[in-house]
Structure formats: structure tokens, C-alpha cells
Design a protein around this ligand. Structure first.
Ligand code: GLC
Length: 477
């Protein structure tokens, strides 16, 4: 079938998006935990970075060196940025020193403030998509952050008295604003440094984070107390925020203990709705010990995992698949990614996992998982539609913008990737109709793959993965 015929076919499949969106209104309760923060977003140009380097007399060799993915000096912040810029990749590094945070504030500044953190972003998306009660955990909830939650009655957190209240109206006056720098860059932009020109192959972002509370997975006890109440009934619990932990925290506690404590707590939240779905958004977890513990310990209690290409490779590195990780890294495409997913699937035994990569979403699940392949496909198409609205308009703050991209055709990139996947699936399991239907199943697994709508010049990319994972899951009904 030609690409133009395939595009017509997928346009037809995507027509279920409005109905799926309506179905999200059937969900009663959803918990989004743990990390919400303020994102200070700025789009920079290569030129402006060159200027910062020269005006601040930064040490070039410190910027160009290889080193740890963490920020102890001003140079480290630019080093992380440059690595992302030149490879067109997304990473998040933690700022270990407050003076660097102050320096960024003064020299880089920001264009706008918006709700950040997987937990905060997912909560906003779920609430605007119509989930009846969305409970969002906030390590901190000062007014500066609360007002970035959408002004919706179905979006809830706890106030200073420990009572459930509309999240956007909460003002926990003594709480600290937690700010993350989202430094976005454009495809095709260049930076000249030390006589060399670095060209950016893909629009993306670098995140520099200073966040003493979410760093230690600080948990608001009042929130947790409320979540065990019978009335909450969380049909879905979406987890994230572990990625900022370290093997050993500043106060000597172990990251692994924090993970284990949260595991016990979540178990208690699940009691009022035993049939719920627990999803973990893996996120960019730099500390390998933490990453390993997440995969080895937390994942056995979760039903669903979400990750992007980078995060998938990171997982391979800690499950004894270093060689495959290197192979994936050298050539990121649907084939290598699928091979990686299979290994993660075998290793963790997690029943459902979803990769969101450039142009394609790919779900691998156990045969007979309670969300059917068709429901998954419908959810993923809704997710691609909503993500395109976010990329194209910059914000999905009102219901009428959610389906903005309806009628857009799927991308060539997506169809190319899906073709590759179909070939691999053909070699491994025999003939399939993946390219046309997006679904393959045999006696043990189900594969669902959806080519996505790509927006040529995205207004924003931050929070895209969180939006995709949560809408794919909750919109799959
Ligand atoms: C990370 C960042 C946060 C951002 C989010 C988007 O959690 O720390 O600032 O909003 O990723 O996915």
C-alpha cells in the first residue's frame, strides 16, 4: 500500500479520538504523584549561548569535557546544554549548588512560567480531558505554583489544613517554590565554540533542576492520609518523580529506602479501588543505583511503564543489557527500540509498557491484558492528537484545543518507523498487518504501534512524554 493510501487509512483510525476523549469523562478518580514544580521555560539560540559564555568568561575546556551528568558549576550547566543541543536529545541534570541556580536566574532568565513535573503536568492534562476527580500530590504548594494548575474544580490537592481543595486555589504560604529551568532549542541552529561549529539535529530541551524537596521524594503526609479514604477510588495511579533521587541523599538516607517507603504507601492508596491500574513514568533517571532499584523493586508492583527512547536505553544499561544499549544508542529506530523493549519485558515481567519515540508510539503487553489492543490503539491515537495540539498551540489549557490536530495526517517518519517494525515483527513472529492496523498479537504478547502526527515547528516540547503516556493509558477505554 502506498504512503498516501496508508495515511488515509490512519486518518480513518484516528477518527475515534473525540469518542475516546468523551470516555475519559467516565473515570471517577485518578491520582498523579509525586512531582509538581514550577517550570521556567526559555527558548535559546546558539548565538545567545555563545554570548553567555563569552560575557561570563566561562572556561571552555570545562564546557567541552566529558564528565558526570550533574551541575556543580556554571560551566556544567552549559556543558549539559551543549550535549543535548549537538545531539538533539533531551536530558535533565540536577543542580547541586544553589549559586548556580542564582546564576542561571540572572543570566539565562525565562520567557514564561508553567506547571512542571510529570505529576503536575499529568494532573493538568487529565483534568482538562475530563477525568472527574484528579488528585495531585505536591511536595510544596505555594501560590506561585498553585496558580499554574488549571482553574478546574475537578483538579484537587490538599491545602494547609490538610483538607482536599481545588489545586489552583491552594496557598500553602510557608512552602518553597521549586523551580526547574527548561532550556529549549531549535533544529538547525548552530553554536560556534573553540573554532568548531555544533549544529543541532532536532528540536529538544535541556533541563537544569534545583529542587531540594522533590530531590528527596518529599512526601506530603496529609495528602497520603487523604488518599487512603474510601471516597477517593483511584481507577488510575500515575507515578513519577523518582528520577531526582540519588543513591545516598544529603542527609544520609538511601534513595532505595525512599522508593520502598513509597511502595508501601501506594499499596494503601490502592485499597479503595483494588482493580486500578498503576503506571510508572520512568523519566530521565541519572543515578544508576536508583534506576536499578526502580526496575528491580518498584516495577514488580506496577501494571504499566512509560518511557522514551533515551529512558529505554537507560533501563537496558541496568538490567545487564549494556551491549544492546550500545547498539540502540548507535541507531535509534523502531527495530532496535523494540528489541530493547522485549528485553525489558522479559526482565521485569511488567504487563504493559509503552515507548513514545519520535513519530511512533509503541505498546507491548501481555496477551489478554485488561486493556485490549484496540482500546490501546484508540488511546494512543487520542494521545497523538492531544500531543500535536500541545506542540502546535503551545498549551492545552482549554477543552476546545484538545482536538486541534484532528484531521492532520500521520507523519512519514512514523510510517517509516512502523515499516521497520513490521519487518522485524515479520522476521520474529511471522506476517502481520501492523502497518495498516497497528496491531499484532500472538499467544503470548500484543503489540500496538501508532504512527503519530508531527508538527513541523513545535511551539513547545516539554511535558510531551507525560501527556502521551497518561492520555494513551487513560484514553484507552
Ligand atoms: C521533569 C522536569 C520538569 C518537567 C518535566 C517534563 O520532571 O524536572 O521540570 O516539567 O520533566 O516532563
Amino acid at each position: 500500500m502506498s504512503y498516501s493510501d496508508l495515511k488515509e487509512k490512519w486518518l480513518e483510525h484516528y477518527k475515534t479520538a473525540p469518542a475516546q476523549l468523551d470516555k475519559m469523562g467516565e473515570v471517577n478518580g485518578l491520582i498523579s504523584a509525586f512531582n509538581a514544580n514550577v517550570d521556567a521555560v526559555i527558548k535559546v539560540s546558539g548565538k545567545s549561548i555563545e554570548k553567555i559564555i563569552s560575557e561570563n568568561k566561562l572556561n571552555l575546556s570545562e564546557i567541552l569535557k566529558d564528565g558526570e551528568n550533574s551541575i556543580l558549576s556554571n560551566e556544567d550547566a552549559i556543558r549539559g546544554f551543549l550535549q543535548c543541543f549537538q545531539e538533539g536529545k533531551a536530558e535533565e541534570w540536577l543542580i547541586e549548588d544553589k549559586t548556580v541556580f542564582n546564576w542561571l536566574n540572572e543570566t539565562v532568565g525565562y520567557d514564561k512560567l508553567q506547571m512542571g513535573g510529570q505529576g503536575g503536568i499529568v494532573a493538568n492534562v487529565m483534568a482538562i480531558c475530563g477525568v472527574n476527580s484528579v488528585y495531585v500530590h505536591c511536595a510544596s504548594s505555594p501560590k506561585e505554583q498553585s496558580q499554574l494548575f488549571l482553574d478546574l474544580e475537578n483538579l484537587l490537592t490538599v491545602d494547609e489544613k490538610g483538607q482536599i481543595a481545588q489545586a489552583s486555589k491552594v496557598d500553602r504560604k510557608n512552602d518553597l517554590p521549586l523551580i526547574h529551568w527548561i532550556i529549549e532549542f531549535d533544529k538547525g541552529d548552530t553554536i560556534n565554540l573553540g573554532g568548531k561549529t555544533y549544529m543541532c539535529p532536532k528540536a529538544n530541551r535541556f533541563i537544569a533542576t534545583y529542587d531540594p524537596l522533590n530531590f528527596k521524594l518529599h512526601i506530603d503526609e496529609q495528602f497520603s492520609k487523604c488518599m487512603v479514604q474510601d471516597s477517593v477510588q483511584p481507577e488510575y495511579i500515575i507515578l513519577s518523580g523518582y528520577q531526582m533521587l540519588h543513591e545516598t541523599l544529603k542527609d544520609g538516607t538511601k534513595g532505595a529506602d525512599k522508593i520502598d517507603d513509597s511502595k508501601a504507601m501506594i499499596k494503601s492508596w490502592r485499597k479503595s479501588c483494588p482493580d486500578n491500574l498503576l503506571h510508572l513514568e520512568v523519566a530521565s533517571t541519572q543515578d544508576k543505583a536508583v534506576r536499578r532499584h526502580l526496575i528491580d523493586s518498584l516495577v514488580d508492583s506496577v501494571d504499566s511503564l512509560g518511557f522514551n527512547e533515551r529512558e529505554l536505553i537507560d533501563i537496558l544499561e541496568v538490567i545487564g543489557e549494556e551491549r544492546l544499549a550500545v547498539k540502540c544508542e548507535a541507531n535509534i529506530n523502531a527495530q532496535t527500540m523494540f528489541e530493547g523493549m522485549l528485553k525489558i519485558y522479559e526482565y521485569t515481567g511488567c504487563a504493559r509498557m509503552q515507548l513514545h519515540m519520535f513519530g511512533l508510539y509503541l505498546t507491548l503487553q501481555k496477551k489478554g491484558f485488561k486493556v485490549t489492543p484496540m482500546q490501546n490503539r484508540d488511546g494512543m491515537q487520542l494521545a497523538a492528537t492531544v500531543a500535536a495540539a500541545k506542540a502546535g498551540t503551545g498549551a492545552i489549557n482549554s477543552k476546545d484545543v484538545l482536538l486541534w490536530a484532528q484531521g492532520h495526517k500521520v507523519s512519514d517518519v512514523g510510517l517509516n518507523e512502523l515499516t521497520k517494525l513490521q519487518n522485524l515483527v515479520g522476521e520474529k513472529y511471522g506476517q502481520s498487518q501492523l502497518l495498516e492496523t497497528g496491531i499484532f498479537e500472538n499467544d503470548s504478547i500484543e503489540i500496538i504501534a501508532v504512527p503519530t502526527i508531527l508538527i513541523e515547528k513545535p511551539v513547545t516540547l516539554v511535558g510531551m512524554g507525560d501527556t502521551i503516556s497518561s492520555v494513551s493509558l487513560v484514553g484507552a477505554r
